[in-house]
Every structure is written in C-alpha cells, then in structure tokens.
Write a protein that binds this ligand. Sequence first.
Ligand SMILES: CC(C)(COP(=O)(O)OP(=O)(O)OC[C@H]1O[C@@H](n2cnc3c(N)ncnc32)[C@H](O)[C@@H]1OP(=O)(O)O)[C@@H](O)C(=O)NCCC(=O)NCCS
Length: 182
Amino acid sequence: MSGEESGSGTATERSVVVRQADGDDLTAVVEVGHRTWPVTYGPIAGDDYVAMGLAKWWTQEATIPAIRAGRVLVAEVDGEIVGMASVGPSEGHLILWKLYVLPSHQRDGLGARLLRAVIDKAQEDGYDELRLSYLAGNDGAGAFYEHFGFRETERESGGSGIPDSVWMARPLRTDEQEERQS
Ligand SMILES: CC(C)(COP(=O)(O)OP(=O)(O)OC[C@H]1O[C@@H](n2cnc3c(N)ncnc32)[C@H](O)[C@@H]1OP(=O)(O)O)[C@@H](O)C(=O)NCCC(=O)NCCS
C-alpha cells in the first residue's frame, strides 16, 4: 500500500472507484481489516477480541472464497484500496458481513458509496432485505446504518465480556425508500 494519504477533504481531484474485488486485491482487502479492526474494536471489545477476529476472519484463506464468489466490493481512491464490503446470502436475505473504510478515509463518503453499491446489487438480485450486525458500543457504525434506513431488530449476547451484537435490517423493495436515503 502506498503510504501517502493526504486524508479526507483534500482539495485535489481524486479518482474514486467502487468495484467488485478480484484475486489481485486479496492482500489489500485483508490489510483493510488489519488496519481498521484494532482502532475500531480495541477500545470497546479489547485486544483479545481483535486478535481473535483478525485470525478468524481476516486471513487470506478466509477471504479468498468470498472474492471468488464475487461477494466482495472494494473502494479505491487514486488506485489504492481504502475500503471494502462483503456480503453473503442467508435464508433468502442478504447479510452485510463486513464494511470497513481505513481510518484515514472515514467520513469522506466512501462507506456510503460501498453501501449504495451493495444495496443496488442486492435489489438487482431480488433480495427483499439486507441485514447486518454491529458491536454494541460502535456508535459510529450504528449512526451510519441508521442514516441509511437500517433499524434494530434484535440483540445477540456476545458472551464472556464481549459486547452484544446489534442486528439491523433494511427492506430493499421500494424506490421511495431509496430516494429518502439519497
Ligand atoms: C462505519 C463506516 C463504514 C462508515 O463509512 P464512512 O466512509 O466513514 O462514512 P460516510 O462518510 O460514507 O458517512 C455517510 C453518513 O453516515 C453517517 N455517519 C458516518 N459515520 C458516522 C459516525 N461515526 N457518527 C455519526 N454518523 C456517521 C453520517 O450521516 C455521514 O454523513 P456526513 O459525513 O455527511 O455527516 C466507517 O466509518 C468505518 O469503517 N468505521 C470503522 C469500522 C466499522 O465500524 N465498520 C462497520 C462494522 S459493522
């Protein structure tokens, strides 16, 4: 990854692309998790949770099948991958399993671009609902998802000192709803 990030709000013209990931993106996609998880979850769930999550969900082995299945999107700024999203089907619904933007690029519209692309594709594919969970205490994520029309459906206990998972859902059916979010 290039080290030169001028941060958000730069005045220079940027090229932003959101696209499906391919095999060449593997290292960069995994890197997004490794750079985002410690700052996001360290303070609310602790270092052991971060280490567990990175070892379980952010390895190349765990990521290759999702990329191969076309279930991973990336956001590129000037050719550098700075965000990713991954989804998977479950009982007729679609679940957003991961949505991460590098800390240096947050609050710059990239999460919104990724989520919009996920929603558009899910609608195209005929899913009726998009579901996700975030960790209780990750208030930024909660606010972000509410902004895009997700509503809490249930809380799942994290167990052994880990915060609860807050499940949310957003219907995918109507055009009016799309317009309200834009
Ligand atoms: C949550 C996340 C994906 C949002 O992506 P982003 O690129 O930072 O968000 P955007 O710039 O697209 O935000 C769009 C809107 O969502 C809302 N929003 C986003 N982040 C927010 C926050 N931290 N607090 C309150 N509202 C927020 C705002 O309304 C924002 O619009 P505004 O910036 O004009 O006010 C990103 O911040 C992130 O990766 N965070 C850490 C990892 C994480 O928590 N991922 C979710 C795991 S479930």
